[in-house]
Design a protein around this ligand. Structure first.
Ligand SMILES: *Cc1c(COP(=O)(O)O)cnc(C)c1O
Length: 491
């Protein structure tokens, strides 16, 4: 075919692409305009038309190479493309309307997964958040006196009741709680910390860095594995502002070790008229051992042991929203509250609305394992996950076909978020392996991607040529949705 004939065919093909205005007047597109507004609809139609033109040109070139038959009548072709254009525009609009923050299935086996948003809120908290976000609330208004109030007042008594502390304040997260505590109490002074507790929590939270940001001088004592009372004693001088203890939440040292417990450290501090602060990290409000979970120091126990200040997260074991709680001696909390950083790190009404109902659940510990989502997930019996795995397995196997083998297997869940990193909770789930290929590495990665690209992405854990989906966090309400979604899997 001559060059002239080719460009003639190109021109004819492009002429068959409908004009924007004609597409906009189509019934199906008017529905899109109604749903998304004209501006967005026009833009989506333009993009679809551009894509169609590019495809047609590519087609012509391919046809030329294959010397395929002549063009259909232009008007006939135009109608043929209509459905394609509408479908593309509609998909585009739908995709753009979908938020970037999306819900997923957390089947990683890590209950408090920092990258997946940590603790899930119980219904009470969700209802409270909706209420307070859609109506005015007394965030900083004292309803008893009609005067201006402090947002901490809303929640301080409850925190004190649950922890035995004299006073409490709440900030954006626990990193902020530590930064604020050090800034308010130890700026330009020394803080004594054991070398065994200079931890990195992840996400660039390192105790020495926070210390520097707060303008405090870190006075390291002891060694990585052993720190003694006399190490602290010897480090105390006129510039010392604070002794600090950090809970080794995300690692464990075993073997020849020694650390100074909080009660002994408090005695040393108080003997020198100094306060002691304890960064508990995941601090729990209640003894988890009563549910057969590994013991973690409680906030109340730490306060009782003499800690003058305790900092901990709201969205780890506590099971609430992202927040950092600081509890302790009234005089110290007052100083912390007055520091200018408090204003910068304060929580919004969303956080307070979620936190209060979660804390209130702790007043009835006998219902906690049912009502507090985090605790319910952590205490879920393995038999539950086993039954769920037996229900999920057939749909998943059907969706995956013969290429993959889906088996029900025992696995181990983790608490996550740095809490009790060594302890694992017996669970059940489905293990996905490549059945056909001898080495299934690529096929497994392909499967992982397929699951991740589902409307509600499914996230598991790959190890030893196996993709494991731990069903601990797939509760009854979500199980049906998960099973239904299996049919949409495209590999
Ligand atoms: C998790 C953790 C933090 C940081 O808490 P965030 O709420 O994530 O800011 C600080 N210290 C310790 C010991 C922790 O475990």
């Amino acid at each position: 075919m001559s060059d002239a004939a080719t460009s003639e065919r190109r021109r004819a093909r492009l002429a068959s692409v409908p004009a924007v205005e004609r597409v906009m007047s189509m019934h199906a597109v008017q529905a899109l305009t109604q749903a998304y507004g004209r501006t967005q609809a026009v833009e989506a139609v333009r993009v679809s038309l551009d894509a169609l033109r590019a495809e047609l040109l590519a087609d012509v070139d391919a046809d030329v190479a294959a010397s395929a038959g002549g063009d259909a009548d232009a008007s006939e072709a135009a109608t043929r493309y209509d459905a394609q254009i509408v479908a593309r525009a509609s998909a585009l609009l739908e995709q753009r309307a979908r938020g970037h923050l999306r819900t997923v299935f957390n089947l990683t086996g890590t209950v408090l997964h920092t990258n997946l948003g940590r603790a899930l809120l119980p219904d009470e908290a969700v209802r409270s958040v909706i209420d307070v976000l859609t109506r005015p609330a007394n965030l900083e208004f004292d309803l008893a006196t009609g005067a201006r109030g402090d947002r901490d007042d809303l929640i301080e008594d409850l925190i004190c009741e649950l922890t035995g502390a004299e006073a409490a304040t709440v900030v954006n997260n626990n990193a902020a709680a530590v930064l604020l505590t050090l800034s308010a109490l130890a700026s330009k002074k020394e803080v004594v910390v054991s070398r065994g507790e200079l931890v990195e929590i992840g996400g660039a939270f390192r105790i020495p860095d926070i210390m520097a940001r707060a303008g405090a001088r870190l006075r390291e004592v002891g060694t990585t594995n052993r720190t003694h009372a006399k190490d602290y004693e010897e480090a105390i001088n006129a510039r010392t502002a604070l002794l600090m203890k950090v809970h080794c939440s995300n690692y464990a040292i075993s073997g020849f070790t020694k650390s100074v417990e909080i009660d002994e450290l408090a005695q040393i501090a108080h003997h020198h008229a100094l306060p002691v602060a304890f960064d508990l990290g995941s601090g729990t409000l209640i003894d988890l051992a009563q549910w057969g979970l590994p013991a973690e120091p409680t906030v109340r126990g730490t306060v009782d042991a003499g800690a003058d200040l305790v900092t901990f997260s709201g969205d780890k074991l506590l099971g609430g929203p992202q927040a950092g709680l600081i509890v302790g001696r009234e005089a110290l909390i007052r100083k912390i509250r007055k520091h200018p950083l408090k204003r910068a790190l304060r929580v919004g009404k969303l956080t307070l609305a979620a936190l209060e109902p979660v804390l209130r659940l702790y007043r009835a510990p006998e219902f906690l394992a049912q009502r507090l989502t985090t605790l319910r997930l952590l205490t879920r019996p393995a038999t539950d996950m086993h039954a769920a795995a037996l229900r999920v397995q057939p749909s998943l196997q059907h969706a995956l076909g013969e290429r993959y083998a889906v088996t029900v297997e025992p696995m181990f869940s983790q608490i996550g978020s740095g809490a009790l990193p060594v302890d694992q909770l017996p669970s059940y789930g489905v293990a996905l392996r490549v059945a056909t290929a001898r080495r299934g590495g690529r096929a497994l990665v392909h499967l992982e991607k397929g699951l991740r690209e589902l409307p509600r992405p499914v996230l598991g854990r790959i190890a030893d040529d196996t993709l494991r989906l731990d069903l601990r966090c797939l509760e009854a309400g979500d199980e049906a949705a998960f099973i239904a979604q299996c049919a949409e899997l495209r590999l």
